[in-house]
Design a binder for this molecule. Structure first.
Ligand code: PLP
Length: 451
């Protein structure tokens, strides 16, 4: 049984948190022996290679045997150097072999570092008026005050809004609920073209960067931008000398069925942020990957990058990331994510036909979501007071499945969704099991809903 929660503050005051005793592959086991499928890949989209991987454990333990943290202002370490080489060799598009990396601890601080780099770069090339970062409504970039200012989930923003360096936002690329009430492709990608209007309204001389997730995770439950979107974004950013930052904190490392989420489009970002799946949850870790031409400016000016946290580039975290990435590449997990993702989407679409309350199924690879509706035709949603996605999460836990509840598809507050992101090692029969459990949970949810 769970001990009463007295001293530790958890993410909710209103529910019990079972204690997990061990985890293996795609499964978690609590102290009563109950098994759960890690269907959201941690909280969330983290556990890329599953739990208890011996290769990662061995790599981390042997590094710990040598040393863990060294004074980073005075020394470097071999795992950090090896990981830098690996990331540069695996970077997408024109970045491959043409970029450098900076290591950090979490997705939020990687995004903070990315906008610091953009700002410092423009100051150092003699364009100090460029400082603004444009984000997207229903985007999520982290929970630090700076990352939250770029994010666009109204429900999470309002309390802290007076403290943000607030960003201008453009509407999301979300065809199911298009902010412009248009239809793809006759819309000619108005959601992307809006970036140009906002840059011009803000004055291009003030805009340093645009940040977006290739597939929106926490805020929209696995929504990929439509074809052509990021090509248009790239074109606009280049036209106005605005750096394009791809937030690949969730989408990197095979999650979407390609090594990088942005590889679904023909567009190379100037800066990529990565976290979560890069170390698979074995150690807190993140990185930014940026064009050589950006770092060269700082280097030529002998100007150190003005960022950094005490635990950055921890040697144990770097060795974990090295082992995780090698495991992903050596075991064909990018391809597995693509194939199992297609199977998962197909299964969910069958459930969409069967159940009135599933309005949309979306995603890429093993970053997949579905959205609840009261009425499929009108796409009306359930009242937020019902907390439908949280209700679903509870039923799923009862049925041995961890899911990630998301809210706010309509306006950052209303609209319930579920995000699924099981470890990339998941097998065909395990996906079938996952789909069956979701079916069961939806049946139980439907019984609870007011008629
Ligand atoms: C796209 C994206 N960026 C950034 C973050 C923040 O990462 P972290 O929680 O590691 O700070 C998240 C977290 O969910 C995310 O989904």
């Amino acid at each position: 049984m769970t001990r009463p929660n007295i001293h530790v503050v958890h993410r909710s005051w209103d529910k019990d948190f079972p204690i997990i005793e061990r985890a293996e592959g795609i499964y978690l086991y609590d102290t009563t022996g109950k098994q759960y499928i890690d269907g959201s890949g941690g909280s969330s989209v983290v556990t890329s290679i599953g739990h208890g991987n011996r290769e990662v454990i061995h790599a981390m333990a042997s590094q710990m045997d040598k040393f863990s943290l060294i004074p980073a202002h005075a020394f470097t370490n071999q795992p950090q150097l090896d990981l830098g080489d690996l990331l540069v060799s695996l970077a997408p598009g024109e970045l491959k072999g043409n970029c450098r990396v900076w290591f950090a601890c979490t997705g939020s601080d990687a995004n903070d570092d990315a906008v610091r780099l953009a700002r410092q770069y423009f100051v150092e090339i003699g364009k100090p008026s460029k400082y603004q970062v444009i984000g997207r409504w229903r985007g999520f970039h982290g929970n630090t005050i700076s990352a939250a200012g770029m994010s666009g989930i109204a429900g999470r923003r309002s309390i802290f809004q007076p403290m943000y360096v607030d960003s201008p936002h453009i509407p999301p690329a979300f065809c199911y609920r298009c902010s412009f009430e248009q239809t793809y492709p006759s819309c000619s990608l108005l959601c992307a073209r809006t970036l140009e209007s906002i840059i011009r309204q803000q004055d291009p001389e003030t805009v340093a960067a645009f940040i977006a997730e290739p597939v929106v995770g926490a805020a929209l439950g696995g929504v990929p931008a439509p074809d052509g979107y990021f090509e248009k974004i790239r074109e606009i950013c280049s036209k106005y000398d605005v750096l394009f930052i791809a937030d690949e904190v969730m989408t990197g490392w095979g999650r979407t069925g390609k090594l990088w989420g942005i590889e679904h489009w023909q567009a190379t970002p100037d800066i990529i942020t990565t976290a979560k799946g890069i170390s698979g949850g074995y150690a807190p870790f993140s990185a930014i990957i940026a064009r050589d031409s950006i770092w060269s400016v700082l280097q030529q000016n002998h100007s150190a990058f003005k960022a950094g946290h005490t635990l950055n580039a921890n040697a144990v975290s770097c060795s974990a990331a090295l082992a995780v990435i090698h495991y992903i590449m050596d075991h064909g997990l990018v391809e597995n994510a693509q194939n199992r993702g297609l199977q998962l989407i197909k299964g969910l679409n069958t459930l969409k036909e069967k159940h009135q309350i599933i309005g949309d199924v979306r995603g890429k690879g093993l970053m997949v979501g579905f959205e609840f509706v009261k009425d499929k035709q009108t796409k009306t949603v359930f009242p937020p007071q019902l907390k439908l996605s949280t209700l679903f999460e509870k039923l799923a836990l009862k049925n041995g499945l961890v899911t990630y509840p998301c809210t706010g598809s309509i306006d950052g507050v209303m609209g319930d969704m579920v995000l699924l992101a099981p470890p990339l090692i998941i097998t065909e029969s395990e996906i079938d099991d996952l789909i069956n459990r979701i079916d069961l949970c939806i049946i139980e949810l439907e019984e609870l809903l007011p008629s």
